[in-house]
Write a protein that binds this ligand. Sequence first.
Ligand code: SAM
Length: 284
Amino acid sequence: MDDTPLWMREQLHGDYAQAMRVDDVLYDSQTDHQRLRVIQNETFGRVLTLDDVVQVTERDNFIYHEMLTHVPIFAHGAATRICIVGGGDGGMAREALRHKTVKHVTMVEIDPGVVEFSKRYLPTISNGAFDDPRLDLVIADGADFMKTTTGDYDVIIVDSTDPIGPGEALYANTFYADARKALKDGGIIVTQNGVPFMQGDELTRTMRAFQALFADATCYLATVPSYAGGPMAFGWGTDSGARHTDVNTLQTRFCASGIRPQYYTAEVHKAAFALPGYIRKLIP
Ligand code: SAM
């Protein structure tokens, strides 16, 4: 019997790939939209891949989900209505719903297969979020949804795949303009913009669009081990001054929330907006 370990190769870039040892394949199927797999890896736990690109892992997803929810929600200070675009694994809803002050979360996911299968094979990621009565799950293309939504949300979180396949529509200027209309006054949009060292043009593209739309357009950073190549960038767009909320105010809001995350702190929040030179240069 051949007991050579099996490895999954993730070829995100022309000249660079990363590999993960596959200790077990728990699920493998083709949905109407993409190829969906769950593999087991000793370091990362269960790992969800879409078209062989790592989307989320059991062990390090807390960093990504905490930073895309708590940063805009604590900076806003009074967010009650949140919209998540994408987010099918339920991790973003899990973190947003930890805020008792959040009354409603709309999650717009294109692929019902991701939701159903995440509930079954990755239950620790959503951790009950799909059963929370404050969550409204809409199965639709996020770009179509935004066209018909106006002035409804305090925070919009774009938890999308990279700009290939169905995710492409969520990087278009028209989508960002529609999302701006869907924000209430003082609302904030945040987006996943990949790893700038590897995918700098992805960040530049979003930043160019945000600069035309928002008074404050920048990005902030966090390092997520399963996304290779350095820190990830999260786009930030708002007409408010929420980015400049001081650390003591953030700390007061954080303590009052009763949330005890694994990554987020008020200090990490402030520091995340400090950009190294090579990333600053990617913002036009
Ligand atoms: N953090 C991940 C990564 O590696 O980039 C992405 C998270 S995954 C939850 C992204 C989700 O966005 C997937 O469930 C995918 O089906 C969904 N998605 C992609 N395009 C979409 C669209 N146009 N509208 C709504 N959801 C979309």
